[in-house]
Write a protein that binds this ligand. Structure first.
Ligand code: PEP
Ligand code: CO
Length: 411
């Protein structure tokens, strides 16, 4: 199959991430925990893109810096699992491993791996990426348009009005640019955006099949996405996944959980970025709100001491997951915010740059995470709980979160 992305695009992303490694940009990486074959539609792609763009505008204003936008999209179909089986209604079934492997329905047949799903995932990635490219280059990402959606969010509820001041400031900034003769609909930078794709490089057979030699440089690139990351469960420094990522020239990431030691993290830095190229390596910490202030400082100190240029990104989702009394996997909005706050505090104390945010979200009005705008309660989780894997922020919770992070960035 043809590659999905071009090596030159991956190199541009490395350069943009290099700015985030040096404190001159902020990263927003966001999308589904696990993309679904059942949810492929223009509307769902558009709505997800819209909320990512809205978050990015708010964060750009908060940081006063460029925001590097990366979707967990167009390839995020494979899931690592803590347990190979699960029990549903008393029956033990193989775990769901993402639509690239099996189906989420709780039957033996649905859970049987089917290799034709690899091809289906490729085709869904191609059509998703095609529409994303059309939207981001064709006017959908127009800055004044994106801001007007956010203003509707701010006006629509009491909680949203909390952000009236920032939204008003963005509004004035846009009118100022227009008054200076900068055309918001004609100026390419305000009219188009770069949206990069990323996913966890979990199924190495799939990733290898899309790994090609770049004709311009002679280097190997994994052309299934611009950026690939290795998950918390597969980041062993002598393991296959790190070995694979060490051989491609894309920007790569590694998830870092609370059990990671400074030695392990330094070994990952050496292995994935021996030439110390800024932007090549992003460390995505996912400690949990209760542990971030305790576990992160020694890692920051070790990496800073080694001189490795890394982008530090906070994933406030995966360390804060629990099962509610109703049996739903969920996360509390307040704990998500608290982990981000802890991440900023620890970076502030160690003089390092809190370089970005990694979240699971959807553009749909789901009820999967607790609290936030709309104050979703435990007894509401069942109402619109449609994720095939981890609980996602809905569009309003995601924009709410962006405003809170913008406030943190400004202080
Ligand atoms: C994920 O990003 O969906 C995931 C499984 O994360 P982690 O590897 O950090 O647990
Ligand atoms: Co997840």
């Amino acid at each position: 199959m043809p590659p999905l992305v071009f090596a030159g695009e991956a190199r541009r992303l490395t350069a943009a991430l290099g700015e985030a490694a040096s404190g001159r940009a902020f990263v927003l990486q966001a999308g589904d925990c696990s993309e679904s074959f059942a949810e492929l539609s223009a509307d769902s792609i558009r709505d997800k893109l819209r909320v990512i763009l809205q978050m990015a505008v708010v964060l750009t204003y908060g940081a006063g810096l460029p925001v590097v936008k990366i979707g967990r999209i167009a390839g995020q179909f494979a899931k690592p699992r803590s347990s190979p089986t699960e029990v549903v209604d008393g029956v033990e079934l193989p775990a769901f491993r993402g639509h690239m492997v099996n189906d989420d329905l709780p039957t033996q047949q649905a859970r049987t791996p089917d290799p034709s799903r690899l091809l289906a995932a490729y085709h869904q990635s191609a059509s998703t990426l095609n529409l994303l490219r059309a939207f981001t280059k064709g006017g959908f990402a127009d800055l004044s348009q994106v801001h007007s959606w956010t203003q509707q969010f701010v006006a629509a509820s009491e909680e949203g009005r909390r952000y009236e001041q920032i939204a008003g400031e963005i509004d004035r900034a846009l009118r100022f640019m227009a008054a200076c003769g900068i055309g918001l609909t004609t100026e390419a930078a305000l009219h188009q955006v770069e949206l990069n794709t990323s996913h966890e490089a979990l199924l190495l057979g799939y990733e290898e099949a899309l790994t090609r030699v770049d004709s311009l440089t002679g280097d190997w690139y994994d052309c299934s996405a611009h950026m690939l990351w290795v998950g918390e469960r597969t980041r062993q420094v002598d393991g296959a996944h790190i070995e694979f990522l060490s051989g491609v020239h894309n920007p790569v990431g590694a998830k870092i959980g609370p059990a990671a030691t400074p030695e392990e993290v330094l070994a990952i830095c050496e292995r994935l970025n021996p030439s110390r190229i800024p932007g090549r390596l992003t460390l995505i910490t996912r400690m949990g709100s209760a542990k971030v202030r305790e576990r992160l400082p020694s890692l920051l100190e070790a990496v800073a001491g080694s001189g490795h240029p890394v982008v530090w990104v906070c994933d406030p989702m995966h360390g804060n997951t629990f099962v509610s009394d109703s049996g739903h996997k969920t996360r509390r909005f307040d704990e998500i915010v608290d982990e981000i706050r802890g991440f900023f505090e620890v970076h502030h104390d160690s003089g390092t740059w809190p370089g970005g945010l990694h979240v699971e979200l959807t553009g749909d009005d789901v009820t999967e995470c607790l609290g936030g705008i709309g104050d979703i309660a435990e007894d509401q989780l069942h109402e619109r709980y449609t994720t095939t894997c981890d609980p996602r922020l809905n569009a309003r919770q995601a924009i709410d979160l962006a405003f809170r992070v913008a406030e943190l960035l400004r202080t």
